[in-house]
Design a protein around this ligand. Structure first.
Ligand SMILES: O=C(O)C(=O)C[C@H](O)[C@@H](O)CO
Length: 255
């Protein structure tokens, strides 16, 4: 029995637009709720949400029956956390703060079993193999793992062409908040200077044959990034969606 087909990775290969959303509550019940919305992908955020490997695993389980493909963002691009989230069942990993081709090559090795890579073999007891039921997991997992890296600094933008040349990277996500902050604009990703850098980066990513990704926290930003050619597009964060809806409801009835 082979590893499950990664339909999200296939959709990216086929050039299909994929609309997603961030999961920032670090709670499986909200992941399960968001999993009923119909998004193509959902990010279990290990970087900025209060997640650990157990809560990440719980959200992967909560999304098992959802049409939304779970993408796990690790807190940092280190092999120990990558092996843990892959063994927990993640098939798509998003790695923040990638600034060089060497970092990218190391990440490809981290998601790859030896001899080509460095991923440790824990298949027998792993959720990823359905606890040993998927007998050919070690042999077949590599083709179904989707590795996405985030370029979100001036250094990363400068190294983008070299990063795009790294085989095994399936997509590059441009992080508007971090990029604009690194540009000295304090998270103001709507600044025309930032938008120009993002537009150029999206174009270069697409031209390389890899999938460009981004996140917009307003409809205006989402449309702007889509117009630039973004393929895997996150259109919001669950925490922000709830906060905004609750405040609007309060204003509606308290006024
Ligand atoms: O830099 C960015 O923008 C991202 O990487 C997304 C943020 O981390 C997300 O938490 C929204 O602010």
């Amino acid at each position: 029995m082979p590893a499950p087909k990664n339909m999200f990775k296939q959709a990216l290969k086929d050039g299909k637009r994929q609309i997603g959303c961030w999961l920032s509550f670090a709670e499986e019940v909200t992941a399960e709720v968001m999993g009923t919305a119909g998004f193509d992908w959902l990010v279990i955020d290990g970087e900025h949400a209060a997640n650990d490997i157990r809560s990440i695993r719980a959200q992967l389980m909560a999304l098992e029956a959802s049409v939304s493909h779970p993408v796990v963002r690790v807190p940092i691009g280190e092999t120990w956390i990558i092996k843990q989230v892959l063994d927990a069942g993640a098939q798509t990993v998003l790695v923040p703060m990638v600034d060089s081709a060497e970092q990218a090559r190391e990440l490809v090795r981290a998601v790859t079993y030896p001899p080509e890579g460095t991923r440790g073999v824990g298949a027998a007891a792993a959720r990823a193999t359905r606890f040993g039921e998927i007998t050919d997991y070690v042999k077949t997992a590599g083709d179904e793992i989707c590795l996405l890296v985030q370029v979100e600094s001036r250094a990363g933008i400068a190294a983008l062409d070299d990063i795009l040349a790294v085989e095994g990277i399936d997509g590059v996500f441009i992080g508007p908040a971090d990029l604009s902050t690194d540009m000295g604009l304090h998270g103001n990703s709507a600044d025309p200077e930032v938008r120009a850098v993002i537009a150029d980066a999206i174009a270069r990513i697409a031209a390389s044959g890899k999938a460009p990704g981004c996140l917009g926290t307003t409809d205006e930003a989402v449309q702007a990034y889509l117009d630039m050619g973004t393929q895997f597009m996150a259109v919001g964060l669950d925490v922000v969606l709830l906060a905004q809806a609750a405040r609007a409801k309060a204003r509606q009835w308290l006024s």
